[in-house]
Ligand binder design. Structure first.
Ligand SMILES: NC(=O)c1ccc[n+]([C@@H]2O[C@H](COP(=O)([O-])OP(=O)(O)OC[C@H]3O[C@@H](n4cnc5c(N)ncnc54)[C@H](O)[C@@H]3O)[C@@H](O)[C@H]2O)c1
Length: 243
């Protein structure tokens, strides 16, 4: 229970990697705040956690006013925010020649502006010892066809992480990023076993949300107080592979 009593906001935590992070933090004793745009999905996710040490706030993180309301709600209930995990993100596939401004803007609005809004609003309630973890992607490090907009947004997230880490260091707040590789977010074990991408991963399998959650839980714990501005890949060796 190494996160006992900590208050953690995890964006986009009704499913996939975000829910995996919320579950791990809850298991480690934290009070978790579940978020997505859908109130029904938030309720369901809280129920899955047993509704103990859990609240939700349905909001669109690409909208500053909604984010502000969410953080105020959290402080009203739990009095403070110790941890923010910026996890919510989208990855719509579109070739660059077909890419339209709407897809580009939406990707930036959620993946990058959302991280900016959530960090700025959460920091108003965060004290020394606070923790921010941004979920990036290996797409910030290697190129992916039909994901130019996504690669750009995650590259932005990592630059943001380093800049903010420097600015918050004197305040004793750390800011790090975790870059997942291919993660099985279907909720079904071995669902990606026959996916063609598996062959290009040295460990020969997709990761699971818990693989990301285990690292995030460590980074937000007191044990990781000397780590800041880092981006750590969790990708089964995908990005160190020698073709
Ligand atoms: N799945 C992967 O293989 C993978 C790989 C690398 C990086 N990532 C990153 O991990 C994060 C989570 O990905 P995932 O695969 O679990 O996604 P997912 O689609 O399974 O879940 C995304 C969550 O974010 C929420 N969300 C989306 N837009 C939102 C908004 N505007 N406001 C609030 N909530 C919103 C969704 O409702 C959902 O709860 C993303 O940032 C993604 O870029 C995923």
């Amino acid at each position: 229970m190494f996160l006992k009593g900590k208050v953690a906001v995890i964006t986009g935590s009704t499913k996939g990697i975000g829910f995996g992070i919320a579950k791990k933090m809850h298991d480690e004793g934290a009070y978790v705040v579940i978020n997505s745009r859908s109130e029904a999905d938030c309720k369901k996710a809280c129920k899955k956690l047993g509704e103990k040490r859990c609240m939700f706030s349905a909001c669109d993180i690409s909208k500053r006013e909604e984010v502000k309301k969410m953080m105020n709600l959290v402080v009203k209930k739990y009095k403070r925010i110790d941890i923010l995990v910026n996890n919510a993100g989208i990855y719509p596939f579109k070739s660059f020649s077909d890419l339209d401004d709407e897809t580009w803007d939406k990707t930036m609005a959620i993946n990058l502006n959302g991280v900016y809004y959530c960090a700025q609003e959460a920091l108003k309630k965060m004290k020394k010892g606070g923790r921010i973890v941004n979920i990036s992607s290996v797409a910030a490090h290697i190129g992916f066809s039909s994901l130019v907009h996504y690669c750009a947004s995650k590259g932005g997230v990592e630059g943001f992480t380093r800049g903010l880490a420097i600015e918050l260091a004197p305040k004793g707040i750390t800011v790090n990023a975790v870059a997942p590789g291919a993660i099985n977010v279907t909720g079904k074990k071995d669902a990606m076993k026959n996916n063609p991408l598996t062959n290009s991963i040295p460990l020969k399998c997709f990761g699971e949300p818990k693989d990301i959650a285990n690292l995030v839980a460590f980074l937000v714990s007191d044990e990781a107080s000397y780590i800041t501005g880092e981006c750590i890949k969790v990708d089964g060796g995908m990005t160190i592979r020698n073709p």
